[in-house]
Design a protein around this ligand. Structure first.
Ligand code: NDP
Length: 274
């Protein structure tokens, strides 16, 4: 019987995770079964418990259960603690390890796939929702010269920065500001708002972009997003979040299997399907 994994969410039919992990398993020569699991909105913990009883070794967790998974885990990694959310569970006896691989997926896609180093760079992160929160600690750990967090609701950005400073006092500080108060140009501008979903661009001044800026939108799709179009019109290079999706999955695969899968072919296959 192959080791059993699933992606748990509600809804779940749209998830690309089974395809991604099936390709990883084939490429890495790992024997495993990975399915979709629809959990009722009020029964996440029961669904996970039943899955563990069936012999499951781990799971990915998606909308709307990342906070439930955080609450259910008996051990949390630092990056899950910093994110306040869990997207990867690993089951081992009575232990449920909760991890969050979204932020490291973003960093890997920028550094390795896009070939853009983050150490010593000025980074602007837009948004203070779940995706931004997951990205903060992995971004700080690359040791940028500056990390500015800007959000439509400033208080949410300030709360996030304060929590990271309290829980991870050895990391560098995050600066917060309103979109309209952004004065400088940045090396990397990451859009972690959900504005692109409504074909909207956060109201940031165009001078944050320059010809050496990488503008990264966590959203992905067939066309460049409106944020990518805006950044491109002001000289920046652009990249969407498809690579982040693939790399967060690769990191989860590594957490479970101890093997790091190649991601280039999976990325190309998903890109061709868009
Ligand atoms: P949340 O709902 O948790 O957060 C939304 C954020 O967007 C908030 O900061 C909100 O600001 C801001 N926002 C929403 N609309 C606007 C707008 N019109 N103008 C400016 N700011 C706006 O969403 P998530 O953090 O979960 O997701 C954010 C994005 O990241 C989505 O596009 C999602 O698809 C993408 N994502 C991609 C992943 C990948 O693997 N590529 C993984 C995870 C997410 P406020 O606080 O003021 O409400």
């Amino acid at each position: 019987m192959p080791d059993l994994y699933a992606v748990i969410g509600n809804p779940i039919a749209h998830s690309k995770s089974p395809e991604i992990h099936a390709r990883f398993a084939q490429e890495a020569g790992q024997v495993m079964q990975y399915t979709r699991l629809l959990a009722p909105l009020d029964s996440f913990a029961t669904t996970v418990q039943k899955f563990i009883e069936e012999g499951a070794k781990g799971a990915n967790v998606t909308v709307p259960f990342k906070l439930d998974a955080y609450a259910l885990a008996t051990i949390l990694t630092d990056r899950a603690e910093a994110a306040g959310a869990v997207n990867t569970l690993k089951f081992d006896g009575d232990t449920i390890l909760g991890d969050n691989t979204d932020g490291i997926g973003l960093v890997t896609d920028i550094v390795r796939n896009a070939g853009v180093g983050l150490t010593g760079k000025r980074i602007l992160l837009l948004g203070a929702g779940g995706a931004a929160r997951g990205a903060l600690l992995p971004l700080l750990q690359t040791q940028p010269s500056q990390l500015v967090l800007a959000n439509r609701t400033l208080a949410k950005a300030e709360d996030l920065a304060q929590q990271i400073a309290l829980n991870f006092p050895n990391e560098a500080r995050i600066t917060t500001c309103e979109f309209a108060d952004l004065q400088d140009q940045f090396d990397i501008v990451i859009n972690a708002t959900s504005a692109s979903l409504q074909a909207d661009v956060p109201p940031i001044p165009p001078h944050v972009f320059g010809v050496s800026t990488l503008a990264y939108d966590m959203m992905y799709g067939q066309q460049p997003t409106v944020f990518m179009q805006f950044a491109s019109a002001h000289g920046a290079s652009v990249r969407d979040g498809l690579g982040m999706l693939v790399e967060q999955a690769a990191e989860a695969f590594f957490v479970w299997r101890g093997v790091r899968p190649q991601t280039a072919d999976v990325y190309a296959a998903l890109r061709a399907q868009l």
